[in-house]
Write a protein that binds this ligand. Structure first.
Ligand code: NAD
Length: 470
C-alpha cells in the first residue's frame, strides 16, 4: 500500500519501505512506505493548501462527506475488520466493533457539523462582541497501535468537522486499515489534501510533524514518555497539544456488588484487546469479605478465554501486537513470580505468535510495580482491601488518572467513587466502554485535553472576537 498525500497515493521520497506482520502468525501481511521528513513536508503543504477551501465549505457539506465515508466504511466492514485482525491481532468480533465504532464516531460528528455556534455579547458601552469559532488549520494526529482505527476516528471526526485539515501518522505496526479507510474518504468526495496519511517511524515522521511550523495542533495518543517529548517539542512552535496517554485503571469491588457481574466485567475489561487498552481494568481492589468468592469467579471466567488467531471464531483473545510488548509482559510476571500467587496463566504458549496466557495475580506486596505502573497486556492483579476508604486511597495512589470503576448497589458508595476517584472517567458497575458522546481523557499524568463529545470539537477551534460598533 502507499501513503495518501494531497489526494494521491505516494511512495516514500527515500524509496524506503516497512513490512507489516501478523502478530498471530508472524507472516508478512503488507508493505507500506517508510516515510520521512520530505514526505511530511509534502503532506503538510497539501494540508495547508486545502485549508481555506475546506474551512469555507458550508459545515453541513463537510458533514455530508463524513456521513458518506461512514456509510462506505459500514459497507466494507468485513474487509476492513479482517485487515485489522491481520495487522493488530485482536479477535474479529472486536475488530468489527472497532470499525463500526469508527463509522459511529464519524456519524456523530457529521451530525454536529452545523452546531458549532459562536456567541454574541452586547456590551452597550463598546457595541457588540461576536465570538466566532474558527478552525486551527493543519492538525497532526499521531496514533498508537492498540485501537488504531477508533483512535484515528476520534481525531479525524472533530478535526475535519470543525473545518481543519489533517496529517495522520499511524503506528508502524498498524497502518493498513487506516490507509484503506483513507481511500474510502476519497471515494466519499473528500477534497484532496484535507486528510493525508504518512506512514513511517515515530522518531522521523512523528518528530517531523511535531516540529513542522505549519502544523497548528498535535493530537497525540500513546505512552507518557513519548507524550512528554511531544509536548516539549511542540512548545517550540507554540502548537496546541492534546495528550491522551497511559492509564492504570483501578476497579473497586464492594461487598454488596453483584459478584458474577463484577467478575465478568473484570475479565472482559482486562482481557479485551489482549489487555492492550488504555482504559483496561489494570488493578482490582476487592473487599476482603467477598474476595475469595470473587477470585474464584474471576479465575473461572479468565480460564474460559480461548486464545489464538483472531480470525478463528472460537477465539476470545488474540496475541499481543508486537515482540516488545510480549517481552515487557513476560518481565512483569517474572518480576513477581516468587512473591505473588499466580491464580491462572503466567506462561507463554509455545509456537508462533506473540501470545501470552490471560493471567491473574494475587498476594502482591503493596509496593509491587505492577500496582503502580501501566501494564499493557493480559495480566491482572487482585488486591484485598478492608473498606472503601482503603480502596479509594489505593486506587488514587498512582500517577495515572485515565479511568476508574466502582461496583456496588449502594448509591452512596457509587457517589463517593464518582467524587473521589481521580480519573477523567468513572464508571459505576461497568468499565471500558466509551461511546462517542463521552468526553474522554485523563487527569494527572494520563494526559491533557479530551477526545469525543462536543468537547473535542471545541478543542479543534479557537475563538476570534469581533467588536462591532454601529
Ligand atoms: P507510543 O508512544 O510508543 O507511540 C504512539 C505513536 O507515537 C506511534 O505512532 C509512534 O510511532 C509515535 N511516536 C513515537 N516516537 C515519536 C516522536 N518522537 N514524535 C512523535 N511521534 C512519535 O505508544 P504505543 O506503544 O503505540 O501505544 C500504547 C500506549 O498508548 C499506552 O501507554 C496506552 O495506554 C496509550 N493509549 C492511550 C489512549 C488514551 O486515549 N489515553 C488510548 C490508546 C492508547
Amino acid at each position: 500500500m502507499k501513503m495518501l498525500i494531497g489526494g494521491e497515493w505516494k511512495t516514500a521520497a527515500s524509496g524506503g519501505e516497512m513490512e507489516v506482520i501478523n502478530p498471530a502468525t508472524w507472516e508478512k501481511v503488507g508493505v507500506v512506505p517508510q516515510g520521512g521528513q520530505d514526505d511530511v513536508g509534502a503532506a503538510v503543504d497539501a494540508a495547508s493548501e486545502a485549508c481555506s477551501g475546506w474551512a469555507a465549505l458550508p459545515p453541513v457539506e463537510r458533514g455530508k462527506i463524513l456521513f458518506r465515508t461512514a456509510a462506505l466504511v459500514r459497507e466494507e466492514v468485513g474487509r476492513l475488520a479482517a485487515m485489522l485482525v491481520a495487522e493488530q491481532g485482536k479477535p474479529l468480533r472486536e475488530a468489527t466493533d472497532e470499525v463500526r465504532g469508527f463509522a459511529h464516531v464519524l456519524e456523530y460528528y457529521a451530525g454536529l457539523s452545523s452546531s458549532l455556534y459562536g456567541e454574541s455579547i452586547n456590551t452597550r458601552l463598546y457595541g457588540r462582541i461576536i465570538v466566532e469559532k474558527r478552525p486551527l488549520g493543519v492538525c497532526a494526529g499521531i496514533i498508537p497501535w492498540n485501537m488504531p482505527v477508533m483512535i484515528a476516528g476520534w481525531k479525524i471526526g472533530p478535526a475535519l468537522t470543525a473545518g481543519n485539515t489533517m496529517v495522520l501518522k499511524p503506528a508502524s505496526t498498524t497502518p493498513l486499515t487506516t490507509l484503506a479507510i483513507g481511500d474510502l474518504f476519497l471515494k466519499a468526495g473528500l477534497p484532496a489534501g484535507v486528510l493525508n496519511i504518512v506512514t513511517g517511524p515515530g522518531e522521523t515522521v512523528g518528530e517531523a510533524l511535531v516540529t513542522h511550523p505549519e502544523v497548528r495542533k498535535v493530537s497525540f495518543t500513546g505512552e507518557i514518555g513519548t507524550g512528554r517529548h511531544v509536548a516539549e517539542t511542540a512548545a517550540q512552535t507554540m502548537k496546541h497539544v492534546s495528550l491522551e496517554l497511559g492509564g492504570s485503571d483501578p476497579m473497586i469491588v464492594c461487598d454488596d456488588a453483584d459478584l458474577e457481574v463484577a467478575a465478568a466485567g473484570a475479565a472482559a475489561g482486562r482481557f479485551y484487546n489482549c489487555g492492550q487498552t488504555c482504559t483496561a481494568v489494570k488493578r482490582v481492589y476487592v473487599f476482603s469479605e467477598v474476595a475469595e468468592r470473587f477470585r474464584e469467579l474471576l479465575t473461572e471466567k479468565t480460564r474460559a478465554f480461548t486464545i489464538g488467531n483472531g480470525m478463528e471464531k472460537r477465539v476470545r483473545m488474540g496475541p499481543l501486537n508486537n515482540a516488545a510488548g510480549l517481552e515487557r509482559i513476560e518481565a512483569v510476571v517474572e518480576d513477581v513470580r516468587d512473591e505473588a500467587e499466580i491464580l491462572t496463566g503466567g506462561t507463554r504458549p509455545e509456537g508462533k505468535g506473540f501470545f501470552y496466557e490471560p493471567t491473574l495475580l494475587a498476594g502482591l506486596p503493596a509496593d509491587a510495580p505492577v500496582l503502580s505502573e501501566e501494564v499493557f497486556g493480559p495480566v491482572l492483579p487482585v488486591v484485598e482491601v478492608e473498606d472503601l476508604d482503603e480502596a479509594v486511597e489505593a486506587a488514587n495512589s498512582t500517577r495515572y488518572g485515565l479511568g476508574a470503576s466502582i461496583w456496588t448497589k449502594d448509591l452512596g458508595r457509587a457517589e463517593r467513587g464518582c467524587q473521589d476517584l481521580e480519573a477523567g472517567i468513572v464508571w459505576v458497575n461497568q468499565h471500558i466502554k466509551v461511546p462517542p458522546e463521552t468526553p474522554f481523557g485523563g487527569v494527572k499524568w494520563s494526559g491533557t485535553g479530551r477526545e469525543n463529545g462536543v468537547h473535542a470539537l471545541e478543542r479543534y477551534t479557537e475563538e476570534k472576537a469581533l467588536l462591532i460598533r454601529p
